[in-house]
Design a protein around this ligand. Structure first.
Ligand SMILES: Nc1ncnc2c1ncn2[C@@H]1O[C@H](COP(=O)(O)OP(=O)(O)OP(=O)(O)O)[C@@H](O)[C@H]1O
Ligand SMILES: Nc1ncnc2c1ncn2[C@@H]1O[C@H](COP(=O)(O)OP(=O)(O)OP(=O)(O)O)[C@@H](O)[C@H]1O
Ligand SMILES: [Mg+2]
Ligand SMILES: [Mg+2]
Lengths: 252, 252
């Protein structure tokens, strides 16, 4: 069975891309067949996994021109991990898709074609609740929500939950939150504990045991085009995402 | 003369809201009449300045219903600073505006009406290059670009510059970049220096001298609904934003 997992949170800079890239790579490292889809026009996951976002075809051609995903996949530095690059053109797709037929389910149709080839599909979403993120949520079985342990990130979580409910009612009844991941966790900061407690209360039982501490290696890895398990395999960042991968696989 | 300044960068979590709120408050503290507009559906600047984002009317009514800004302004804890709140409804405005007449200039028309009452107007933009940010860039004379000193934030800067050129050619010929602000600066981290050098090279002469160091007080302030100069007036964050305000006022 293929598990399709969106990594989404409309709050910016909470660690969505870092989580999608690190998690996809850690799950592939443990022997599974994994596909990473970058549906953010910023194309950060594309460069974070070492691909060129000017290379075509990519996710834009899949969503707007109906290209099959199999024609856009590329191999990566991690064995078992394939990826489909995003590109800057995708920024135009949000407006182009508004008037298209079945605009929210374009990605779902494309992903359903490739499910037989993969155990896991991870989708890195942009920091908004527009048509691209709606496509990501509609195509997915599960949702991982990275939450930075700070005040503004906490505010957005209730809005995200509302959106998930809307998607479940109208577009994808099977969508479930598979877990909230606390990122950039700093055990010494009072604010971190306050936010973590708040999140654990409102998502009781659905918060990953593993927290991802702030670790400069995670911020350095993308400048080398490498996922953390290839850049610094023994860093606290790599260990944390291996532990998250183990929890995620165990939650099937 | 009223200076209208957008604070924008499509990369998420780089310090746009922290900059808009802190800078607006510091400029008001130094005796100027200031208006803060929150055009992000996340409404972080609204709660960061202590307003309620469920209160109506707000920026949604201005953009979609044509309400005058004067009917939406609210006073804040900082003397000389008024603000117009955002709300979650604004997320729908992007799709609603797509088919509207002169959709990119709605905010510009509203802002031009209130210029006589203010010395500075700051506009906090969402992390995307959609219609809301386009409205912000079209309404503005200047643009302040916060850049977090990390790799992904660097990647987005060239795309932002392209968008600014497009806006200048098609919608707002007078738009100028008034400065790039380096945020969450950590002098000990190699990555910070690498990114800072890259930014100073590509924006020669247009980077604020002041850098804003990572300072936990800045992350704590919004949970109290206070700008940093009211929450911890002697913190390094408050001092940094006072220095940025001074530079900005001097750059007229
Ligand atoms: N645990 C961590 N420790 C240190 N730095 C981190 C950590 N997680 C992410 N980062 C860094 O923080 C920044 C924001 O993370 P990232 O870009 O993954 O967030 P995002 O939610 O994908 O942002 P966006 O909303 O723009 O898509 C990046 O520069 C990233 O390298
Ligand atoms: N100099 C700083 N030191 C420490 N924390 C900071 C600093 N600047 C901002 N922050 C914190 O970092 C997080 C991201 O900042 P902020 O929300 O202002 O960015 P943004 O660009 O407005 O995000 P978005 O893209 O979601 O609109 C917030 O939790 C904020 O409190
Ligand atoms: Mg991202
Ligand atoms: Mg913001």
């Amino acid at each position: 069975v293929c598990r399709v997992i969106a990594v989404a949170n409309q709050k910016g800079g909470v660690g969505k891309t870092t989580t999608a890239v690190s998690l996809a790579s850690a799950v592939a490292e443990s022997g599974h067949k994994v596909l990473l889809l970058d549906i953010d026009p910023q194309a950060n996951a594309t460069s974070g996994i070492g691909l060129d976002h000017r290379s075509a075809p990519g996710i834009y051609e899949v969503l707007v021109d109906g290209l099959s995903l199999t024609h856009a996949v590329m191999s990566t530095v991690q064995e078992g991990l394939l990826a489909v690059p995003s590109s800057i053109d995708l920024a135009g797709a949000e407006i182009e898709l508004v008037t298209a037929m079945s605009r929210e389910t374009k990605l779902k149709m494309a992903v359903n074609e490739v499910r037989p080839f993969f155990d896991y599909v991870f989708i890195d979403c942009p920091p908004s609740l527009g048509l691209l993120t709606l496509n990501g949520l509609t195509a997915s079985d599960e949702l991982v929500i990275p939450v930075q342990c700070e005040f503004y990130a906490l505010e957005g979580v209730s809005k995200l939950r509302e959106t998930v409910d809307l998607v479940k009612t109208n577009l994808n009844p099977g969508l479930e939150i598979s877990g909230v991941l606390l990122t950039m966790y700093d055990g010494r900061a009072k604010l971190t504990e306050q936010v973590a407690n708040e999140v654990r209360k409102s998502f009781a039982g659905n918060v990953f045991e593993t927290v991802v501490n702030r670790n400069v290696r995670l911020a350095e890895a993308p400048s080398h085009g490498l996922p953390i398990n290839k850049y610094q395999p023994k860093s606290s960042g790599a260990l944390a995402y291996r532990a998250v991968a183990k929890e995620l696989i165990g939650r099937a």
